[in-house]
Design a protein around this ligand. Structure first.
Ligand code: THU
Length: 159
C-alpha cells in the first residue's frame, strides 16, 4: 500500500493585479450574469471565453421549471463557442456569479463537476491547456489548466 498525493496549482490575486486582458474577460463574465435566466435559484452565473482567433463569447446559466434540464453558464458558453468555431481552441474561460442578494460573490465560484468534465474535454479535444479565471470580489483565482480543477479525468483515452 502506498499513499499518493496530488498538487493542484492556482494563483490567488486581486482583480487589480490581473493583466488588462484577463480583467477584460472577467468583466465580460460579470456582464453575462445579467443575461442569466435563474428564476428558481436566483443565482446568476456568467461565463466568457476567449478563443485562439481572438473571438470573445459570453454565456449564462439558463434554468427551467423542469429543474434538471437547465444549463450552467460554463457549458452554455463552451457549447456555443464549439458550435460556432469547432476548429478553434478555447484559450481562457472566465466565470463570475451574483448571489441571491444580487451582489457579486465575495469568493470565486468554482465550476460544478459536470462543467469540469466538459471543460476538461476542451483540453483533450485541442490538446492544449485552457486557463480558468474565477472571480470573487475579494480575490480572484487563476488556474493555468482545467487539470487543476479535475485531476482524475475521464476522457477518450479511458474508453
Ligand atoms: N451554476 C452555474 O451556472 N455554474 C456553476 O458552476 C455552478 C452552478 C448555476 C446552475 C443553477 O442555475 C444555479 O447556478 C444554481 O445552482
Amino acid at each position: 500500500m502506498k499513499a499518493e498525493s496530488i498538487r493542484l496549482a492556482y494563483t490567488i490575486c486581486t482583480f487589480e493585479e490581473l493583466s488588462e486582458k484577463d480583467k477584460c474577460l472577467l468583466e465580460k463574465a460579470k456582464e453575462a450574469t445579467y443575461t442569466s435566466y435563474s428564476p428558481f435559484s436566483h443565482f446568476c452565473v456568467g461565463a466568457a471565453v476567449e478563443l485562439e482567433n481572438g473571438e470573445v463569447m459570453q454565456g449564462s446559466n439558463q434554468e427551467n421549471a423542469s429543474f434538471t434540464t437547465g444549463l450552467c453558464a460554463e457549458r452554455c458558453v463552451i457549447f456555443y463557442a464549439n458550435a460556432r468555431y469547432p476548429d478553434v481552441p478555447v484559450k481562457t474561460i472566465a466565470i463570475a456569479a451574483r448571489d441571491t442578494s444580487g451582489e457579486f460573490t465575495a469568493n470565486p465560484t468554482s465550476p460544478c463537476g459536470a462543467c469540469r468534465q466538459v471543460l476538461s474535454e476542451i483540453e483533450y479535444r485541442y490538446n492544449k491547456p485552457m486557463r480558468v479565471l474565477l472571480y470573487g470580489k475579494e480575490h480572484v483565482w487563476v488556474l493555468e489548466s482545467v487539470s487543476d480543477l479535475l485531476p482524475f479525468k475521464f476522457n477518450a483515452s479511458s474508453l
